[in-house]
Design a protein around this ligand. Sequence first.
Ligand SMILES: *Cc1c(COP(=O)(O)O)cnc(C)c1O
Length: 441
Amino acid sequence: MKFYSSSGKTGSVGLHQAVFDGLAPDGGLFMPEPLRRLPSAFFQNIGEMSLPEIGFVVLNALFGDEIPSQKIKEIVTEALNFDIPLIGVENNIYALELYHGPTYAFKDVGARIMARVLSHLNRNANETINVLVATSGDSGGAVANGFYKVPGVEVFVLYPKDKISEEQRAQFASLGENIHAVEVNGTFDDCQGIVRQAFGDKELRQRIKITSANSFNPVRLLPQMIYYFYGYSRVLQMPGVKPDEIVFSVPSGNLGNLCSGLFAKRMGLPVKRFVAANNANNVFDEFLRSGQYSPRKSVLTCASAMDVGRPSNFDRICSLYEGSHERISGEIEGYSFSDEEIMAGIKLLSEHEGYIADPHGMTAYLALTQSLREGETGVFLETAHPAKFRKTVEKALEREIIAPLGLETKSPKTSKAAKPSTISIAPTYSAFKNQVPGIKR
Ligand SMILES: *Cc1c(COP(=O)(O)O)cnc(C)c1O
C-alpha cells in the first residue's frame, strides 16, 4: 500500500513515512492506494468469521506489505478484544454498537490498533515519539488509553475548553504520567488547526519526533473499515435482509468514520448507500445538497463530538471521487438535526422501542427514519455509550440512567485532583509552541 496526497496525486510514500510525516509535503492528507477489492471468497465466508478474523483480512490487505502477517494477527486480536453487537432497534433498523471498548466510544477501534501499529513501526528507534491529538471529546480518552504508560511515548491531548463532557475529560485529564492534557480556549477546529500546523513546523520537527493520532493519520483512520465489514456480516444474518439493500448511517463530524466506510466500499463491501448525519454543524449536509462547501466556525450542540466546522476528511472524500459532487452525492445522502430533534428522538426511541441512544447515534438513527425506502435495511453506527453523555441523555429522558463501571468510577471528582497536570492556552499555534512543556524549547 502506498499513500499519496489528497490535494494532487503526488508524493507517494510507504506506510512508515505516511505515519511519521503526518501530512503530505503539499499539506494534503494521505490517501491509500490501491484499494483493491477483497476476494469474493472472503464475502462468501464473512458470516462465519469472528471480529478479529475479519479484522485480520482487512488489515492484512492494507498493511501486509510492511507488517508481517503474524504481527497483524497479534495486533487485531489484542486490540479488538471487545464486542461490537448488532442490536435490532425496530423493524428494519439496527444499531451497530461500537462503544464497548475501554473508553466507551468508537474511537477505541482506531486508537487501539493505531497504538500497536505505531509501537511496531517504531520498535527499533530509541527516540521518544510525541503523539499529538486534537479531540472533540472521545479521541482524547481512546488515544490516552491506548498509550498510557507506554515507554518512549508522550501524548498531548488538545481539547476545546468547556465543549466536552466531564466524563470525556476525566478519561484523559485524570491520568497523568505520559498523558498531557492541553486545554485550548477555542473550538475543536482550533485544536485540529494547531496539530496540523505542528506538522508544517520544520524547527519543531527537527527537534522532536511527532506523529498525530487524529483521523488524518491513516493508521487511525483505515482500521475503522473493519467494523463496516463486520456489521455487514452480522446484519446479513437477520431475517429478511437483502444483501444489496443495506444502508449505513454514520454520525458525522470530522468525517473520518464516514470516510473509512467509503474506503470499505471501494474494497468491495456492497453498501447500497451511505447516510451522513450532522447536528447543527451541517457543512457536509449542506455540501451534499447544494454542492457548496462553506467551512465555518462550529456551534456548540448536545452531540458535541460532532461539533466540527471544518471537517478535515472532507478533502479525502473529494479526492476519492475526483472532486465530483455528482458522484459524492450519488453515494451519500445527508441529513442534519437540531438539538431539539435529537433530544426528542432520544426520548421517543426509548419510550417506543426501549432503546437508549446517545446523542450522536441518535442523529444517525433519525437520518435512517427519513432515508430508508421499501425493502432496505438500515444500520446506524452507535458511536458512544449514552452514559458518556449522561447529562444530556438524562435531560432528554427526564430520568436517571445507569453508567457502566468505568464511567462511574472516573467521576468528575477524580479528575479535579489531577487538574494541575492540565495546561490552558489561547487557541493559537504560537501559544502551543511557546507554553506547553515537552513542546517548547
Ligand atoms: C468522533 C465522534 C463522532 C464523529 O466521528 P468523525 O469520524 O469525526 O466524523 C461521532 N460520534 C462520537 C461519539 C464521536 O466521538
